[in-house]
Design a protein. Structure first.
Length: 222
């Protein structure tokens, strides 16, 4: 039986009392229909947006890409523009020199290895410069409709707090979450975890009173 500790939000938890399936269903229902917050029309748009989103808010990225995507519609478009100009176009997202270089390297690989098309396979996506499993799963799930579990900092934190995993390696967390959710809901549920971590189960001050999991959450590490 769970016992609340006096004077704090942490609980001593019996791992057997954690109900991961019910937690995931509640999260899935709470965020059902919520699309990814990066604006895009094509798989290439989403690939570029995810590069720009590193250490930057989606809102700011969307302000930058509103103009960027009108100018550059193919990987060859990004390669034709002088890198100094590309840096200026993406400057508001921060770390713009590194991001411009990442975009150029990624688009060059697309042109050389994939005829300028964003590939649809995990291994091919992960072969692109600067693209790991997290970014690949974002693109597969949201641009191509291929189920995948995205593990970012929000998912890592929330999954640990909920007792859904004891792993710290993103690839192992991904595997743990995949076992808890039907394959056709991988993208939706992991996106729900992202949103829940971003807006409710925040790093410094989780809004437990607003949480749909308030009756189930073991509050591990809170």
């Amino acid at each position: 039986m769970e016992k609340k500790r006096s004077g704090g939000g942490k609980r001593a938890v019996d791992p057997g009392a954690i109900r991961p399936g019910e937690m995931m269903r509640l999260l899935d229902g709470a965020y059902k229909g919520r699309r990814i917050e990066l604006d895009f029309k094509t798989p290439l748009d989403l690939l570029i947006a995810t590069i720009l989103a590193a250490q930057c808010t989606d809102e700011r990225v969307n302000r930058v890409t509103a103009a960027l995507f009108k100018k550059h519609k193919t990987s060859s478009d990004y390669l034709r523009v002088p890198v100094e100009k590309l840096e200026e176009e993406i400057r508001p997202t921060g770390f713009y020199r590194n991001k411009a270089r990442a975009i150029v390297n990624c688009c060059r690989a697309l042109e050389e290895d994939f005829d300028g098309k964003v590939p649809r396979r995990m291994d091919d996506l992960a072969s692109l410069p600067g693209v790991g499993r997290k970014t690949a799963n974002v693109i597969l799930g949201h641009a191509f409709g291929t189920p995948g579990v995205v593990v970012d900092t929000h998912v890592t934190r929330v999954a640990a707090r909920l007792g859904l995993t004891r792993e710290i390696d993103p690839n192992r967390i991904e595997q743990d979450l995949m076992r808890l959710v039907p394959r056709d809901r991988w993208t939706a549920v992991s996106h729900a975890l992202v949103l829940h971590g971003r807006y409710v189960c925040k790093a410094r001050k989780p809004a437990c009173g607003e949480c749909v999991l308030s009756e189930l959450c073991p509050r591990i590490g809170v």
